[in-house]
Design a protein around this ligand. Structure first.
Ligand code: ADP
Length: 349
């Protein structure tokens, strides 16, 4: 596999690259890798994990690499490795098994990129969002209390349109509070501090509660839901409320006011399935996976006119997965969108 042409290409590639033989022994590193590591080929061939990889990352990387090697399957992993100046840098590594005609499996090729600066920026962004959200949350809580007090005082002796005005103000405050909470949740999920309160409850209760709330919030919209099953699940009531609210608010947001939004709850093979469908702008199939990514919003002038920050579906998927469930989307541009997820039912003996 390693002939002169390969070496020429590999040494001119902007990536760091290594090759192993079929026994998982390193046989080659390209120029970029060697200069990043500050090693000669002879030194690096006997790569020592314990002195090269960041102590906290060693077992995770070893496990992933050896499993992929045994299964001869590609892998991707981020970890910290020692650079020529003895500092540990984050890299992203893709390992790919190589097969040749007649010989079969010949080993792995790994390509790596230094992503340390990106990671640092990401960390700073996360810290900034958390700090900014907390700072915004405090005056917002006070503002809500002041508004409630004003409401109590003026409701009987204020101007005639006071009730409508204060209702409007309160709704806007709730929107900001919910956006800030979403930002905080995003960071908590990202850094592993998103907490759950587990209990048993009929799933139908969560759905009914959210549907009722949306019928009140959007009295002009037709939101169809036929109550039925009262099967129990084991989960976090608040987090699942958040999930259904996200799906319903998207259905309402991305469809015309005179169209229906349909919520359907079913049971199938010891799972409950919840569907939320609308006949709105739809989602191009090319974006069906992307929409669950952090901060992803559909490109295009039309999609960008809708308010939002691309956090809802990311949080939704994370919460569903924590409940051992799965979420799916089916959609056609300018015709319909259907999000549905399944969650395991509580086993009853
Ligand atoms: P947000 O709506 O705040 O932008 P989400 O994470 O909830 O963020 O959704 C991500 C993107 O997926 C949206 O920006 C939108 O482009 C698309 N999307 C989500 N739900 C729908 C829907 N029901 N109909 C059309 N597009 C949708």
């Amino acid at each position: 596999m390693i002939d002169e042409t390969f070496i020429k290409v590999a040494d001119n590639a902007p990536l760091m690259l290594w090759v192993t033989d079929k026994n998982n022994k390193f046989v080659y590193f390209n120029k970029n890798w060697l200069s990043f590591r500050g090693k000669s080929m002879e030194e690096e061939i006997s790569f020592d994990w314990n002195t090269s990889v960041y102590p906290q990352d060693i077992s995770r990387v070893k496990k992933k690499v050896s499993r992929s090697f045994e299964d001869r399957k590609p892998y991707k992993i981020e970890y910290r490795i020692k650079r020529y100046d003895n500092t540990f840098r984050w890299i992203i590594e893709s390992g790919n098994p190589q097969f040749e005609e007649e010989v079969g499996f010949t080993g792995f090729i790994g390509t790596c990129m230094d992503i340390h600066n990106i990671k640092e920026l990401e960390k700073r962004k996360t810290e900034f969002i958390t700090a900014a959200s907390h700072e915004l949350n405090t005056p917002l809580t006070s503002l809500t209390v002041y508004l409630q007090l004003m409401e109590e005082y003026f409701i009987h002796n204020g101007p005639a349109n006071f009730k409508a005005l204060s209702l409007g103000a309160m709704q806007q405050l709730k929107k900001i509070t919910s956006l800030i909470n979403q930002l905080l949740d995003m960071n908590k999920i990202h850094s592993g501090y998103f907490s759950y309160n587990w209990s048993e409850f009929p799933f139908h209760d969560v759905v009914t509660q959210v549907v009722e709330k949306f019928r009140m919030l959007y009295p002009e919209r037709c939101i169809k839901y036929e109550a039925g099953h009262d099967s129990y699940i084991y989960g976090d009531f608040e987090r699942l409320t958040q999930v259904i609210e996200n799906l319903l608010s998207n259905a309402v947001k991305y469809s015309a006011p005179d169209t229906e939004v349909v919520v359907e709850l079913r049971e199938k093979d010891s799972n409950i399935i919840l569907e939320v469908s609308d006949n709105g702008i739809g989602i191009d199939p090319a974006f069906h996976n992307k929409i669950f990514e952090r901060f992803f919003r559909m490109p295009g002038p039309k999609a960008q006119t809708y308010p939002g920050m691309g956090m809802g579906l990311y949080l939704t998927r994370k919460i569903i997965e924590k409940h051992h469930g799965k979420i799916y989307v089916e959609s056609k541009r300018n015709e319909f969108t259907k999000f549905y997820f399944k969650l395991p039912l509580l086993k009853t003996n």
